[in-house]
Design a protein around this ligand. Structure first.
Ligand SMILES: CC(C)(COP(=O)(O)OP(=O)(O)OC[C@H]1O[C@@H](n2cnc3c(N)ncnc32)[C@H](O)[C@@H]1OP(=O)(O)O)[C@@H](O)C(=O)NCCC(=O)NCCS
Length: 157
């Protein structure tokens, strides 16, 4: 459904992959890895049906976010809005729509991963109600070597 600005938001599908990965590759603050390859994204969408979203102006994809949960907590990944569409509430609308769906599924808390040096991204999340957990440190173990070069892999990947 289109809003008054001509933007249509709908669930992300496997067929959006080429446009979505192009957007993420062009967006600062988004780190990509093997977990963002076509098959991995298709698997994520299948495990979390209807929860991830894209925004389109006409036929052009202008924003995207992945959303899912593990049965306990929700997770948003890779929220990106093209520069020409920023500052008009689109990022907030995309994220809030995902949160509405997760809340309706009984998910009580949602987590995000933001690069420590992504000040603009952090400012967006804080402006939209998110709170940093200063008492927590993210830790990780590698189980299968990733094809992404060291340092080219975003938080949460
Ligand atoms: C972060 C991003 C998604 C925001 O999208 P957007 O559509 O411009 O954001 P909105 O217009 O919905 O802004 C919502 C609120 O955040 C604030 N905000 C957005 N970007 C901000 C920035 N760079 N600095 C400070 N505040 C910001 C807005 O002022 C607004 O607050 P308000 O309603 O109180 O005025 C977009 O800038 C982007 O794609 N950035 C690069 C990728 C990224 O960093 N993603 C998030 C990290 S995972």
């Amino acid at each position: 459904m289109e809003d008054g600005d001509g933007i249509r938001i709908r669930p992300m599908t496997e067929d959006d992959y080429d446009a979505v990965i192009a957007l993420w590759r062009a967006t600062e603050g988004i780190g990509l890895s093997a977990a963002d390859e076509r098959g991995a994204i298709a698997a994520f969408l299948a495990r979390n049906p209807g929860l991830s979203r894209v925004a389109l102006r006409g036929d052009t994809l202008v924003a995207a976010v992945m959303s899912g949960h593990d049965g306990r907590r929700g997770f948003l990944h890779h929220l990106a809005v093209v520069p020409s569409e920023r500052g008009r509430g689109l990022g907030r609308r995309l994220a809030e729509g995902c949160l509405d769906d997760l809340r309706a599924l009984g998910i009580g808390k949602v987590n995000i991963f933001v690069y420590a040096d992504n000040a603009a991204g952090q400012a967006f999340w804080r402006a939209t109600g998110w709170v940093g957990r200063e008492d927590l440190l993210q830790m990780q173990r590698v189980l299968i070597e990733d094809s992404a070069p060291a340092g080219d892999c975003g938080p949460g990947c």
